[in-house]
Structures are given as C-alpha cells and as structure tokens.
Design a binder for this molecule. Structure first.
Ligand SMILES: Nc1ncnc2c1ncn2[C@@H]1O[C@H](COP(=O)(O)OP(=O)(O)OP(=O)(O)O)[C@@H](O)[C@H]1O
Ligand SMILES: [Mg+2]
Length: 245
C-alpha cells in the first residue's frame, strides 16, 4: 500500500478537525473525497502534506513503507507527495516560469511540454505566479506544478471548482496522465462533473464532521448524494448497500 492512514486525528489551535480517519491508497489509484463545507477535507489533505499549522493529535500516516507522521512537509515532498491547494496564494515578484524551471531542474523535464499542453498553461508562464490569474487559470497552473514533480501521491483540493467545462476536461486529462504514470490521486471535489470524466475511480469517501462516514464505488455513491444531499443520502446508502464502513 502506498499510503496508509490509521485512526488519524488532526487539530488546529487545539480543536479537533480531522477525527479518526482511516484511509488506504495504492499506486495508480484515484480516491475521491466529498463532503459538506467545513467537514475537514482540506485539513485532511494538509495533514497528509504535513503543513505546519496542523498538529497530528492521534494516529499515524504511513507512506511508501515509512512512518511520516512527524516529518516536515519538505521531506514529504521529497518522498513524493504533492499538494494542489484549494486557494493557491498569489506570489508577487516570482515568475511562474521560474518556479516551473526550478522544479524541472530538480525532477527533470520528461514530458514537461506535453504537460503544459494538456493544461494549456503556456501563455501564463511569463506572469507572476497566480497574480491576477482567473480561477480556472490558477487551478490549471497549480496542477501543472504538481505534475512537474512526478509525485507518487497527488493531493488535489477541488481542482475543478470555478472551472469551465472545457478546462474540467483538461484537468481530467491531467489526472488520467498522472494515473497512467502510476501516481495515486486523492481528489477533493463538490461535483460529479470531474468524476464523470475520469475513466476509473477506486473509491468515493464521504467526510462529515471530520470523519469518513461512508465509502463506496462511484456508481453507488454519486447518484444518491447528488439526489439526496449528504445527511439523507447517507441514510439511503446505509440502507441500500452494505459496502459502507
Ligand atoms: N487555520 C485555521 N484556523 C482555524 N480553523 C480552521 C483553520 N483551517 C480550517 N479551520 C476550520 O476547520 C474546519 C474544516 O475546514 P476545511 O477547510 O478542512 O473544510 P473543507 O471540508 O475543506 O470545506 P470546503 O468544502 O468549504 O473547502 C472548518 O470549520 C474551518 O473553519
Ligand atoms: Mg476545502
């Protein structure tokens, strides 16, 4: 197993946000996390990435055979974890192309021009990173920087939010590309649009109040959640399927 999360709880300012989450993700798998606003999805991704404002207050994170629970985020990045933020920060005075070149000098170019074509970022490269980028441009650019790192695990926080239909297609193509290279993906989303464009999703996890309350296959979970919402949907899923946890 590439990633194993065991009974993981994490706190911000001593408040428990992620609460006893278990999650296993193998190479080349795509796991989707859905859930209401404020349920802890971004905090879970930030906890896996090891961002410094978050404290693990219970459980362990194992990655590629190593216990990374206490490792800083730069070490996790070196081990092959990359995060595309929900809200990438604007960085004035730093060119997008300079960041891309710095990553390429570390990881090699490989298919970097193909990646730029998949995500249509060429015309953005000589601007300051994310400064004045539209919502969709930010999402495509952030994903491009993740792709350049050829990560073993890509954590994608709502890469489809505020993104037009064609750009969702580009983002889905990028995720398929990552998967074809063996990258595992944890994808947080609020809509079924991107999931419909991916050829295979291994599991959908429903997170409520910091806890994964249900996981199942997309065909069983998505139509129910889209029709009934989370609280009623979970009742329906638990009545209909025994696959939930
Ligand atoms: N830095 C922080 N300081 C204080 N509270 C925080 C901080 N970051 C997150 N929280 C709180 O943790 C809870 C979970 O937030 P999180 O961003 O993980 O939710 P989410 O599921 O990603 O929501 P959304 O779907 O709106 O993106 C929220 O109540 C949020 O206000
Ligand atoms: Mg979020």
């Amino acid at each position: 197993m590439l990633l194993e999360i065991r009974e993981l709880s994490s706190c911000i300012n001593d408040k428990v946000i992620v609460n006893k989450v278990n999650l296993s993700v193998d190479r080349g798998e795509i796991h989707v996390i859905m859930g209401p606003n404020g349920s802890g999805k971004s905090t879970l991704l930030s906890t896996i990435m090891g961002l410094p404002h978050i404290r693990v207050c219970n459980g362990r994170i194992l990655f590629d055979g190593l216990d990374i629970t206490d490792k800083p985020s730069y070490e996790r990045a070196k081990l092959g974890i990359a995060l595309a933020h929900q809200y990438p920060p604007e960085i004035k005075g730093v060119k997008f192309s300079d960041i891309a070149k710095a990553i390429i000098s570390k990881y090699g170019c490989g298919d970097c021009s193909l990646m730029a074509r998949i995500l249509r970022v060429d015309e953005l490269l000589d601007r300051d990173l994310f400064v004045g980028f539209s919502g969709g441009e930010k999402k495509r650019s952030e994903l491009y920087l993740v792709m350049l790192q050829s990560p073993k695990l890509a954590l994608l926080d709502e890469p489809d939010s505020g993104v037009d239909v064609e750009s969702i297609e580009y983002i889905a193509n990028a995720i398929e590309y990552l998967r074809s290279r063996g990258t595992a993906v944890i994808l947080v989303t609020h809509t079924g649009m991107i999931t419909n464009k991916l050829s295979r999703i291994n599991r959908i996890h429903i997170m409520i109040n910091g806890t994964i309350k249900y996981n199942g296959y997309p065909d069983e979970v998505l139509p129910v959640i889209m029709k009934f919402g989370y609280s009623r949907g979970l009742e329906v899923l638990n009545r209909t399927f025994k696959g939930g946890i």
